[in-house]
Design a protein around this ligand. Structure first.
Ligand SMILES: [Ca+2]
Length: 164
């Protein structure tokens, strides 16, 4: 009987945790300051985040909604995402996971490797509220995106977000 009560209690606790939404979910944040591609992503790690990887159309829309609310960004304004083709095969991959790009959302005519000097990707505003990807020189200074898994039962990440 004691064991049955214990099992019921455990089930109730798990139901409560599930109902309260204590599941991690991927979140994106935009830096306030600008940096070169590699410095940008070192900064993500230094703050306990990971470089942002946009893996699906849904995630692209999530980023778009985040950036729409950024003040003072005009057409052409960009944020580093963590893809580069600085590898021996010159194929684009995500810096953090090493995965090749499957989903992409390039602007028309991009990537063009302009002047044979563009090996890092950013997302930029092509028209009001709409964003697309483009390759840029890795040493150009841009704002950048990091990601983290939100743990709704903790305020730790929210506290860090204000520092970036
Ligand atoms: Ca380009």
């Amino acid at each position: 009987m004691m064991n049955v009560q214990r099992v019921v209690l455990i089930i109730i606790v798990f139901m409560f945790l599930g109902a309260s939404g204590c599941k991690s979910s991927k979140k994106f944040i935009a830096s306030k300051h600008k940096a070169g591609f590699h410095d940008a992503f070192i900064t993500c790690h230094q703050y306990g985040f990971k470089p942002a990887e946009i893996l699906t159309e849904e995630e692209h829309k999530t980023v778009e909604n985040l950036l729409k609310n950024e003040k003072g960004i005009g057409t052409g304004y960009g944020f580093w995402i963590s893809a580069t083709n600085l590898d021996s095969k010159q194929t684009y991959y995500w810096l953090n996971s090493g995965r090749k790009l499957f989903y992409t959302n390039f602007s028309s005519g991009q990537p063009d490797n302009y002047k044979n000097n563009e090996n890092c990707l950013h997302i930029f505003q092509i028209s009001l509220g709409h964003f697309a990807w483009n390759d840029m020189p890795c040493n150009s200074h841009q704002r950048f995106l990091c990601q983290y898994n939100e743990e709704p039962c903790s305020t730790y990440e929210e506290n860090k977000v204000s520092l970036l």
